[in-house]
Design a binder for this molecule. Sequence first.
Ligand code: COA
Length: 163
Amino acid sequence: MNRVAIYPGSFDPLTMGHVDIIKRAAPLFDKLYICISESTAKSYTFSLEERKQLIKECFPSDTIEVVVNKGLTAKVAKELGAQYILRGIRTYMDMEYEKSMDTMNSSLYPDLETIFLFASSHLSTISSSLVKEVAFLGGDISTFVPPNVLNLLLDKVKKNEIE
Ligand code: COA
């Protein structure tokens, strides 16, 4: 049976933390869907199309596909034929949130397993909003985001489009 996983997140924007998880997880699966979702509780800087394009440019591979999901992650996982949800854990503070998402997702679809990878330690304290904030304040974030993300982010800083 093909091993198919879905890696959900808002990716606003993709950071080297996400890249680290994707690169380490990709060899474990036959197909990995990177699934861009939005939470109603957050506001976003990059459009869904911008995020999709940036991620596709970073992973030009047949086995990694970028999709946009406006519904439940567990439901889209089933629709895509995924048996696994992939999530990264940066610090112990992520754990409680991950536990509740895992519990909810597996109660919706009991045969869906969530697989966790710990973030590499040098990337365990970054987040998308942190890199946006530092970029907005003129700090160098070039080691924390891929080059295409850096260019668009700096463009948005110039145009004052950062939320
Ligand atoms: N390295 C660096 N940063 C990371 C990271 C990693 N490995 N993993 C996560 N982050 C950052 C993200 O960039 C994000 O930063 P931000 O808050 O500054 O934007 C933060 O950690 C939280 O990321 P995450 O936990 O992935 O939250 P999210 O908002 O990006 O995504 C969804 C949450 C979209 C996966 C979840 O809300 C979802 O599945 N929604 C769909 C609807 C649904 O099914 N809801 C029920 C869920 S049980």
